[in-house]
Write a protein that binds this ligand. Structure first.
Ligand SMILES: Cc1cc2nc3c(=O)[nH]c(=O)nc-3n(C[C@H](O)[C@H](O)[C@H](O)COP(=O)(O)OP(=O)(O)OC[C@H]3O[C@@H](n4cnc5c(N)ncnc54)[C@H](O)[C@@H]3O)c2cc1C
Length: 309
């Protein structure tokens, strides 16, 4: 137990939102695996987040920020430290910017689905590509989430980051290092919020585009099972990871209750009671086979954290 009884009491006193101890991370990840985190904390305001982060640093307790846990695999031995869920810091506001544009600001814990819905209602164009991506704003910025030809970096204007000192700094998009499925920020930096530049558009067109995307996703992705989205990044300039896995003949291979989806090779699904170790064994199997047969080193897109069981 990294967070002892005294630290637990102090944390309880300092958090106005929720804090749970020895909490199974399978409850906080879309793929539904993962052992206990010593603590899961839901701050509600940035001053509170800052106090928590400073406290954890003072007592050398490792921590990770999370959003919706849709790109995350926590190992079976759990996370020794504190998981900071940003889901309660989720306010959204809109501000006119000239006659054509609107700036949408969202707390890190707002979900992309809320933002897509709101932009559709207000006839704002720009976020349609996020339809069906089940993450939070913080997770999407951190991962530079993307689909159907767009990425978060194309629409983001500013990002608020809580840096090591607990201070919040706002960075403009030109100062941020976005690459494919990554925003390069120092470890321990927490994304607190972001603003996105949207164009005034036509509700009907926006609605049609969103439905088109949702339809494609339903056909391609195994949404009937718990999963963590794409397991691997697409190799640079080459064949998509899903196709490489398909061609490797590994679709449908199962270890325990984890299975490489028959519908989409780049998805691993939890049939019910999968363990993180089953999923990681499938990941290793895919990496080995694709490297041996195709000479390509696949890199995971999902973030894997925690201790072996
Ligand atoms: C069915 C399905 C479909 C998906 N489709 C897509 C897709 O089309 N395109 C795509 O890009 N992704 C896709 N994903 C993956 C995932 O939804 C995105 O990467 C999403 O942006 C992750 O957001 P999250 O809030 O769930 O992040 P989490 O899974 O909670 O976290 C992901 C990473 O970001 C870090 N992080 C989270 N919040 C913060 C924060 N506030 N500050 C700092 N770091 C933070 C975490 O520490 C972790 O390293 C899909 C996932 C699923 C399950």
């Amino acid at each position: 137990m990294l967070i002892d009884t005294t630290l637990r009491q102090k944390l309880r006193d300092m958090v106005s939102g929720k804090v749970l101890f020895d909490e199974p991370m399978s409850r906080h990840t879309s793929i539904g695996v993962g052992g206990n985190a010593d603590a899961v904390i839901w701050p509600e305001r940035s001053e509170e987040l800052s106090r928590i982060v400073n406290f954890l640093r003072q007592f050398q307790v490792p921590f990770i920020p999370i959003g919706n846990g849709t790109n995350l695999i926590v190992k079976d031995g759990g996370y020794k430290g504190a998981v900071i869920s940003m889901l309660r810091m989720s306010g959204i506001s809109l501000a006119e910017r000239g006659s054509e544009q609107v700036l949408l600001h969202a707390g890190a814990g707002a979900t992309l689905s809320e933002i897509v819905l709101l932009s559709e209602k207000r006839s704002l164009s720009g976020m349609e590509f996020c339809a069906g991506i089940p993450g939070s704003v913080g997770g999407a910025v951190r991962m530079n989430a993307g689909a159907y030809g767009n990425e978060i970096k194309d629409v983001v204007e500013t990002v608020e980051l809580m840096i090591v000192s607990g201070e919040i700094q706002e960075s403009g998009k030109d100062d941020l290092k976005f690459t494919y499925r990554n925003l390069d920020i120092p470890e321990g930096t927490v994304i607190v919020g972001a603003s996105f530049s949207l164009r005034k558009g036509f509700e009907e067109q926006i609605h049609t585009r969103i439905n088109e995307i949702l339809g494609k996703r339903k056909n391609k992705h195994p949404l009937e099972y718990r999963n963590a989205g794409s397991i691997f990044k697409n190799p640079n300039g080459g064949i998509p990871a899903g196709r490489l896995i398909d061609e490797s003949g590994l679709k449908g291979v199962q270890i325990g209750e984890a299975k490489i989806s028959e519908k989409h090779g780049n998805f691993i699904v939890n049939l019910g009671n999968a363990k993180a170790s089953d999923i990681i064994a499938l990941i290793d199997m895919i990496k080995t086979k694709v490297r041996r047969e195709r000479g390509i080193a696949l890199e995971t897109e999902v973030m894997i954290v925690g201790e072996d069981g």
